[in-house]
Design a protein around this ligand. Structure first.
Ligand SMILES: *[C@@H]1O[C@H](CO)[C@@H](O)[C@H](O)[C@H]1NC(C)=O
Ligand SMILES: *[C@@H]1O[C@H](CO)[C@@H](O)[C@H](O)[C@H]1NC(C)=O
Ligand SMILES: *[C@@H]1O[C@H](CO)[C@@H](O)[C@H](O)[C@H]1NC(C)=O
Length: 281
């Protein structure tokens, strides 16, 4: 397990790459934890893939820190980029999914058009990579103990979501409880999110990194235990339409996609068929 943690921590950098050209809508990409903006095996190949599809694309890559204060910095950078002023599409990988959602909710200018979350943890996580819930042995022990240094302090502060202690989560989560309107409802978050043309949520059916993987579609554990799950449609967030998810769905603007693979292990063809051709062209 230590190796998995390390892998996640190898890079605490986040970055995003901006693609723009006169014709097509620019795309902002935000990669996940443990990755970097330009890793040739991950974001680097995504970048090339989009460049191949969108000829003459302008490419800009920015590295930013992993803490949530960076959202403000990202917002300023997007606002200062003249090529994005007419709007852009956003593709967030893993935690980049929920961070870009925060950008959509907090920073309406320039306008985000489509938000594509690829394996984002929209209701948080309660478990470690390769340690699914319900494991009575090491995994269960570890996730209750909460004692793995940096990984924990980062994830716990931002999107650790303990279903056994919802109250504490709502009070202490500096990021997720805020953008999910758990403490109070900020009407601006909702009106901003409702400006999206499409919210696309990709879930990895064999995901061993995100526990529970249902979080990628806004599902989560029912409070008080860590086995039974609710779907987005059954969540208080949706039912009371606190964030606009119900309105988005009722107007046909939420697309649920899945890839029958582990976390982010989609094929190039899958990405072209489901994301590039449908939402980035
Ligand atoms: C609601 O969110 C907006 C956008 O981030 C922010 O400017 C405003 O201060 C927030 N309102 C409250 C009451 O927190
Ligand atoms: C629980 O986790 C341990 C340690 O990773 C593993 O050896 C075991 O097979 C897991 N059990 C189940 C039921 O997943
Ligand atoms: C969500 O939207 C889809 C497509 O518009 C619709 O078929 C479905 O009934 C909606 N779900 C709920 C719970 O309203």
């Amino acid at each position: 397990m230590a190796d998995n943690m390390k892998l996640l921590l190898i890079s605490s950098f986040l970055c995003f790459v901006v693609y723009a050209s006169n014709g097509p809508v620019p795309v902002v990409i935000w990669h996940g934890m443990g990755d970097s903006c330009c890793n040739p095996l991950s974001m680097g190949s995504i970048k090339k893939l989009i460049e191949k599809q969108v000829t003459g694309a302008y490419v800009r890559s920015l590295e930013i820190g992993s803490s949530i204060e960076e959202i403000t910095m990202v917002c300023s950078k997007l606002a200062a980029d003249p090529k994005l002023q007419d709007g852009y599409n956003a593709v967030g990988f893993s935690q980049g999914g929920q961070f870009l959602r925060a950008v959509a909710q907090r920073c309406p200018s320039p306008p985000m058009l489509n938000l594509i979350s690829v394996g984002g943890q929209h209701q948080g996580v309660f478990g470690f990579p390769h340690c699914p819930g319900g494991n009575e042995t090491l995994c269960e022990y570890v996730r209750k103990l909460l004692n793995i240094g940096a990984y924990i302090s980062l994830v716990q502060a931002e999107y650790w979501h303990d279903p056994l202690n919802e109250q504490e989560y709502a009070e202490k989560s500096v990021f997720l409880a805020d953008i999910n309107q758990e403490r109070s409802v900020n009407a601006t978050y909702k009106s901003n999110l409702l400006k999206l043309k499409n919210l696309v949520l990709v879930k990895f059916l064999q995901d061993t990194m995100v526990i529970p993987k249902e979080s990628e579609w806004f599902g989560y554990y029912n409070p008080g235990q860590d086995k039974k799950l609710y779907t987005m449609f059954e969540s208080p967030l949706y039912i009371h339409d606190k964030l606009g998810l119900k309105t988005l769905n009722d107007t046909g603007r939420i697309t649920f996609l899945s890839s029958d693979t582990d976390h982010l292990q989609f094929t190039e063809q899958w990405f072209i068929d489901n994301i590039v051709n449908k939402f980035l062209m």
